[in-house]
Write a protein that binds this ligand. Structure first.
Ligand code: AP5
Length: 204
């Protein structure tokens, strides 16, 4: 099974995908994480992506589509796509290389987004995502790695990312709704309730 997580920045796409990975047998493909890895390794792609990411703009479609195609060459399990596709062009490219069974549309508001992303902290070593609203240490509880704040998690950049989402990504809800595969999930509830609801969708 392949599924897509749609939703604005901070809706919880990465958090629920990481939880579901533990039990579903599905792989987690996050284009945001892949781009941050490219930036960390200072690759050509990473250098180009940095400018877009830090200003809150989407990285050009052709670069993203090539990156995802390369990643899928080694895929041997169903995939949870997190942060991809982000545009109609990306969705059309994905249609040519994978069958999508379900789209999880996480819905929330800009106020919740700003509060959540403002409090997000990430482990520099293993990538686990925390929030200062419920985790008060400076190091990761799993591996002891240092926690950091993403460079694109400023309020100004969050607003740009949200505008990009409304203009370029929200149209995908209708793109997939006409295919009859969209499941709307209220992202304002607690994490476990969403994970349980999506698990039920995966089990069919
Ligand atoms: P990306 O990394 O994909 O960022 P995003 O879509 O903006 O999403 P986030 O990672 O900010 O949020 P999330 O929904 O995963 O929330 P999370 O689970 O962390 O992309 C970054 C950039 O890369 C883009 O701006 C773009 O430039 C580029 N890019 C990436 N993919 C691209 C593509 N396909 N095309 C072009 N460009 C691309 O949760 C957020 C916080 O809230 C955490 O602290 C978490 O603990 C907390 N939280 C989550 N759920 C709950 C809950 N239910 N209750 C309370 N707190 C919660």
């Amino acid at each position: 099974m392949n599924l897509i997580f749609l939703g604005p920045p901070g809706a919880g796409k990465g958090t629920v995908a990481a939880e579901l990975k533990k039990t579903s047998g599905l792989d987690h493909l996050s284009t945001g994480d892949m781009l941050r890895e490219e930036m960390k390794n200072e690759t050509e792609l990473g250098k180009i992506a940095k400018e877009y990411i830090e200003s809150g703009k989407l990285v050009p479609d052709d670069l993203i589509i090539d990156m995802v195609k390369n990643r899928l060459e080694n895929a041997d399990a169903g995939i949870m796509f997190d942060g991809f596709p982000r545009t109609v062009a990306q969705a059309e490219a994905l249609d040519k290389i994978a069958h999508i069974d379900a789209v999880i549309n996480l819905t929330t508001t800009i106020d919740v987004i700003i509060e959540r992303i403002g409090g997000r902290r990430i482990c520099r070593n293993c990538g686990k995502v925390y929030n200062v609203s419920w985790y008060h240490k400076d190091t990761c509880e799993d591996c002891g790695g240092e926690l950091y704040t993403r460079a694109d998690d400023t309020e100004e950049t969050i607003r740009t990312r949200y505008d990009e989402y409304l203009k370029k990504t929200a149209p995908l809800i209708d793109y997939y709704r006409v295919k009859g595969i969209v499941h709307d999930i209220d992202a304002n509830g607690d994490i476990q309730t969403k994970v349980d609801a999506i698990s039920d969708i995966i089990k069919g």
